[in-house]
Design a protein around this ligand. Sequence first.
Ligand code: AMP
Length: 259
Amino acid sequence: MRAESRKTSRRKFLKESSWGVAAASALAIAGSGQDQKAKAVPSGIGAIVLLGPPGAGKSVQGRRLSEQHSIPVISTGDLLRDHVKRATPLGLQVDPYMKAGKLVPDSLMTPILEDRLSQHDCERGFVLDGYPRTLAQAEGLDALLKKKGVASHVLLLDVPTERLLKLLAGRRVCPRCNRSYNIHFQPPKKEGVCDADGEALVQRPDDKEEVILRRLETYAKETQPVIDTYSRQGRMIRINGSQTPEQVAAEIEAKLAAP
Ligand code: AMP
């Protein structure tokens, strides 16, 4: 979509959609003195929703956005991996889905996300990495943000499939701080070791080739409809994810700043 028509459709969406109405009424409430105490409208950037196929670089950009705007990044994949690592009841439930490259059911995901977003550090805004991944999650998220009067920016990191395969198979992560590297495109300073804390890097079990293919299939089947819906609503900001992380970050900031 050309820049001008994207702007027009974003304006149209704001005017027509329930979300636009919610944003407008949130502003109205904020302006009308007597209701101000009853419903505080958070100031700040709001919700930044990072979409893109597995391996597109969402976690690297999420971390940058978090630092740049002083807001937390919420990676549902990291939240789930933490539960698996600690072998909590939830961790034991979600482990088989993750190992198989399948999505964790919405009935488990929604309360995890709602609980995290209700925490104090999310008041000024937050970055969502890896959520929503299904239409039901997207609808639930919209309803939640509408209720809270929080604006959203939806970014899609676009990366062609053959590059994705190299990105996923070459990915190595630090089990201590979750920082991720790529042996082809973004190696650590010292081979096999995290730059930040010196921990030995590992390959995620779901980055093995057969699981990668399953995850890409799941993305096409479950998450592509979410992307199509946001696009139809004129809310999607497309980013060329095949650039260096610095160039991707610069494109994101430029597009977020555009009126
Ligand atoms: P990620 O690190 O974002 O690639 O997520 C790793 C795995 O966690 C996925 O393959 C899913 O099994 C699970 N997962 C993460 N986020 C979600 C979500 N929003 N909905 C369902 N499953 C998820």
